[in-house]
Design a protein around this ligand. Structure first.
Ligand code: NI
Length: 389
């Protein structure tokens, strides 16, 4: 393992070069054309890969066959950027106005390419096949990057999959994983309430959809405070609300959108059922009709216990045992990596990336600037997982 880390250290300059090139040219979900071309170029440069291009859009899948027999192990990185205008002031800031690698996927891609280089050198000791999955469209649930990659065969024959996310809430050089729930299930919902318009001075002649909407926004919070077990967790946020046409007309329609975060299928089902009941009850009381639409959803990221243990062992050797943590709670952020875990045993870890002594901006912030130093260890960690921990 020491040798693996040493070899990764040699790649430091290459990883920074690759990461900066990707950071400078960010592409949003579904448009990762140049990023995919760069990935293919780098894979070809380290030689002898079976490379599949244009998988589920601009996804890339490459395989490294070991000299020894063994299982197919998948490693995944996501490649897309966000519609965020960068304000980091970095010398390699985005050249694509309004688009930024604000979730660190540029580092993920560079690290997985680093792992490809490390594993290509180690084919003699590699038992089985490593499948590198460069997945597009993580950030857009409507495109559903991971689901599309799975449908395109990314997991065919795979016995385990591993992925990572750079994590600005943890100091650089720390690796974290839970042998349980790691990230939340996310359900993006919309509510449409229809009432009956009337003169604002004659509310008794209509049914006020705006009032019903306001009551729903408040009442839906009781699902968390009064229906979910206090020892379970759930979040319901209505983040968008629109209703009415002018000040003196009763609103005929109210529309809102929001997100639900949960960790277990039971709580998730309970929340969805109660939200519908609360909506139906309020609409009945106020003479309106209401519809709750589930726009998109990711299940929770739940780590396979044995694989998480394998990650902890490998991380101990790469990061040092004192830098490996098992968080006592999952995060309320979601990841479409969860779909891989629905199909095969999966493990997903967090790679601390907060620069020492500097303010740490959250994921999706226009100021996000993860510590590039983590990439050497991240690449080694990907490779270590593939080599069996
Ligand atoms: Ni991300």
């Amino acid at each position: 393992m020491k040798k693996l880390l040493e070899s990764a250290g040699v790649l430091d300059a290459s990883l920074r070069r690759i990461r900066r090139e990707i950071h400078r040219n960010p592409e949003v979900s579904g448009e990762e054309k140049e990023t995919a071309a760069l990935i293919v170029r780098e894979l070809e440069a380290c030689g002898c890969f079976a490379i599949r291009k244009n998988v589920a859009g601009y996804g890339v899948i490459a395989e490294i066959k070991g000299a020894l027999p063994g299982p197919v192990i998948a490693l995944r990185a996501d490649t897309d950027a966000l519609p965020v205008a960068e304000e980091t002031g970095l010398e390699f800031s985005s050249c694509n106005p309004g688009v930024m690698h604000a979730c660190g996927h540029d580092l993920h891609t560079a690290m997985l390419l680093g792992a490809a280089m490390l594993l290509a050198e180690r084919r003699a000791e590699l038992a089985g096949t490593v499948r590198l999955i460069f997945q597009p469209a993580e950030e857009d649930p409507a495109l559903g990057g991971s689901k599309a990659m799975i449908e395109a065969g990314a997991l065919d024959g795979v016995s385990a999959i591993f992925g990572m996310h750079v994590w600005p809430e943890l100091p650089s050089g720390v690796f974290a994983i839970r042998p349980a729930e790691m990230m939340a299930a996310a359900d993006h919902f919309a509510v449409v309430i229809r009432g009956k318009s009337a003169h604002g001075a004659q509310p008794h002649m209509g049914n006020d959809a705006l009032l019903a909407g306001c009551q729903f926004v408040q009442a839906v919070q009781t699902v968390v405070s009064r229906n979910v077990d206090p020892f379970d967790a759930a979040v319901i946020t209505v983040g968008e609300f629109s209703s009415g046409v002018t000040y003196n007309v009763l609103a005929e329609e109210c529309r809102m959108e929001g997100t639900v975060r949960t960790y277990s299928p039971e709580v998730r089902n309970l929340v969805q059922a109660r939200m519908r009941e609360v909506l139906a009850g309020i609409c009945l009381a106020l003479g309106c009709t209401g519809e709750l639409i589930n726009i998109s959803s990711h299940p929770a990221v739940i780590n396979d216990k044995a694989l998480a243990e394998r990650c902890l062992q490998a991380a101990g050797k790469i990061f040092g045992n004192e830098n490996v943590v098992i968080p006592d709670r999952p995060t309320s952020i979601s990841e479409d990596f969860s779909w891989y875990g629905k199909k095969v045993p999966a493990a997903f870890g967090f790679l601390g990336a907060a620069k020492p002594g500097e303010p740490s901006w959250p994921l999706h912030s226009c100021h996000l600037s993860p510590d590039e130093d983590v990439m050497v260890k991240g690449a080694a960690m990907y490779a270590a997982f593939a080599l069996g921990g």
